[in-house]
Design a protein around this ligand. Structure first.
Ligand code: UT7
Length: 320
């Protein structure tokens, strides 16, 4: 028997390769203090961020292609083995065609590919995991290429100290295949547009607009709930988990989430200090950093958990 409401058992997902791409230029907190009334001490104590990357010559697409190539090279994956390309982003170069189709062209993928973008703000990469899991078995090729790529500097108001210090540009990519591995995901959406938004094409004030403290409170509760429910429903405890990869929105948010799991703090991966909040790219970037550091090992169970505008949130349990 499968999960409640289904009469089939979907396979899990195996991570076969990861990659990343970052702009050459980065902005330190000192640089930010020349733009707005802020300082290194405030930013570090309130967010854990020391610097963030900023596109000068790169774009959302070029970062996405770079991350995808890096993942394919790391895993020895050939273009003809990829059957699905999903890009989670809110800062695509074009409204259409999708970044995924542009990546298809850049990477020389054949026509037997499903390629589309996912719009779910910072939760987008997590939703791409569930989408890939649902689609992979129906495809003729073994691998799905999942990318989170953001050029948030295009939609940052560099006169708003409440947001500009927080966000950074970057891209992460993860290649997955269907496998007999444990996989379980829960996702939620609240239908909220007030807490965190950015007006669309042709609208005035196309900048990130955020009620920081409201999003902060929501983020802590949502990620604690996501982790707790996934663990409980799978009959697991945090002792069974090797790594918790939270959306890197603010180190202090992750600190509050940790409080619900005392003694397990070291399992929470944090790399926001030199990336800032890269939205949909933050979880794949974290997975690549963990992977390249040799910390992802076969058989480990990991949790990826995140939240974003919408307000949406999701928690995925993966077996490596
Ligand atoms: O990816 C998902 C999206 N976003 C998030 O997850 C963001 C969640 N929220 C946050 O990370 C935090 O709310 C922020 C980092 C954005 C702000 O931190 P905070 O501790 O919630 O500060 P606050 O907004 O409550 O502001 C406290 C004070 C205010 O001054 P007063 O009114 O107490 O005099 C702000 O004006 O800090 C001031 N402030 C700053 N001071 C120096 C706000 N931003 C800055 C700044 N530098 N950059």
């Amino acid at each position: 028997m499968g999960r409640k409401g289904t009469d089939f058992e979907l396979k899990g997902l195996k991570i076969v390769a990861t990659g990343k791409a970052l702009p050459k230029h980065s902005l330190t907190n000192e640089d930010m203090s020349k733009l707005v009334d802020t300082n290194d001490e405030w930013i570090v104590t309130r967010t854990g961020i020391h610097s963030r990357f900023q596109c000068r010559e790169e774009s959302c697409l070029s970062l996405a292609v770079g991350a995808a190539r890096n993942a394919m090279e790391s895993g020895g994956i050939r273009p003809e083995q990829i059957g699905l390309v999903l890009v989670a982003s809110q800062t695509a170069d074009y409204a259409f065609p999708s970044t995924a189709c542009m990546i298809q062209k850049e990477l020389g993928l054949g026509e037997e590919v499903m390629a589309f973008d996912i719009s779910a703000a910072c939760t987008g990469f997590l939703f791409s995991l569930g989408t890939a899991r649902g689609l992979l078995e129906a495809l003729k090729k073994p691998y799905a290429l999942l990318i989170g790529s953001e050029q948030l500097s295009r939609i940052i108001d560099y006169t708003d100290r409440g947001t500009c210090i927080l966000f950074g540009d970057g891209a992460g990519a993860v290649i997955v295949e269907a496998a007999e591995k444990e996989f379980y995901q829960k996702s939620w959406s609240r239908g909220d547009i007030g807490a965190l938004s950015c007006p669309g094409l042709g609208k005035e004030g196309q900048h990130i607009q955020m009620n920081g403290s409201e999003v902060f409170r929501f983020a802590v509760t949502a990620m604690q709930q996501g982790i707790s429910e996934v663990l409980a429903e799978k009959g697991l405890t945090m002792d069974d988990i090797a790594h918790v990869v939270c959306h890197q929105a603010n180190a202090r948010i992750i600190g509050h989430v940790q409080k619900k799991f005392p003694g397990q703090e070291e399992k929470f991966f944090i790399n926001i200090d030199h990336y800032g909040n890269t939205s949909a790219a933050s979880i794949p970037l974290a997975l690549d950093d963990l992977n390249k550091a040799g910390r992802l090992k076969p058989g480990q169970k990991i949790i990826c958990v995140g939240f974003g505008a919408g307000l949406t949130w999701s928690c995925a349990l993966l077996e490596l």
